[in-house]
Ligand binder design. Structure first.
Ligand code: E4P
Length: 219
């Protein structure tokens, strides 16, 4: 499973990129607003200068013709840009046209297997089921990821599944076990994935034992 970072925060992207574990970034209008930024092109180009991998930027239009026009603009910013398009009739129309033009798309706000199938058939490069938001309303978000992976494999669909709306490290474990191609994770969750109390305790013990033996040998 590959890891994308789900943020529009440039500092977080710089920090995470140093770890060598991030192979893409996803943004959305809410993540942009959180950073107080509305210069999407600048933000996306800054991100592409840090991470060499797919960077998702979302369209804001709702009409298919406008969506296609906006998507073409967005995809011209860098060869790594992926255009994020919400599931809707307009969105599917745009995805199918963009797919024929070989423009990469990420079908976002996916909450059902039917939506995912339609996205794959329309030619979406990525399909993003939102795990956390489904969990929030009492549905099993990760079960949807597993269903999508199974059906895509069965039919040989080429769309990759991005487990999105990840809220905690257990979601990452479950996404990997469900066979998601990618999990897009907030920076906080990425840091939590690294941590384990036994690793910290082990490191303290190693350091203390080393200090003790080093002190003894110098006496
Ligand atoms: C995915 O591409 C979305 O940007 C993101 O995962 C949404 O997550 P949220 O439900 O935490 O806003």
């Amino acid at each position: 499973m590959r890891i994308f970072l789900d943020t529009a925060n440039i500092d977080e992207i710089r920090q995470a990129a140093k770890l060598g574990v991030i192979s893409g970034v996803t943004t959305n209008p809410s993540l942009m607003a959180k950073e107080g930024r509305c210069d999407l092109k600048d933000v996306i180009q800054e991100i592409t200068s840090i991470v060499d991998g797919p960077i998702s930027a979302e369209v804001l239009s709702s009409d298919p013709v406008d969506m296609i026009e906006e998507a073409q603009q967005i995809s011209s910013w860098s060869p790594n840009v992926v255009v994020k398009i919400p599931v809707s009739a307009a969105g599917l129309e745009a995805i199918s046209v963009l797919s024929r033009k070989e423009i990469s798309t990420n079908m976002t706000l996916c909450f059902s297997l039917n939506q995912a199938i339609l996205g794959a058939v329309a030619g979406a490069t990525y399909v993003s089921p939102f795990v956390g938001r489904l969990d929030d309303i009492g549905h099993d978000g990760m079960a949807l990821v597993a269903e999508i992976v199974e059906v895509f494999e069965y039919y040989g669909f080429s769309s990759q599944v991005i487990a999105a709306s990840i809220r905690h490290p257990l979601h990452c474990v479950e996404a990997a076990r469900a066979g998601a191609h990618i999990a897009t994770v907030p920076y906080r969750v990425l840091m939590q994935m690294i941590e384990h109390p036994l690793t910290e305790r082990g490191m303290s013990l190693f350091a203390a034992d080393w200090q003790r033996i080093a002190r003894g040998s110098s006496q």
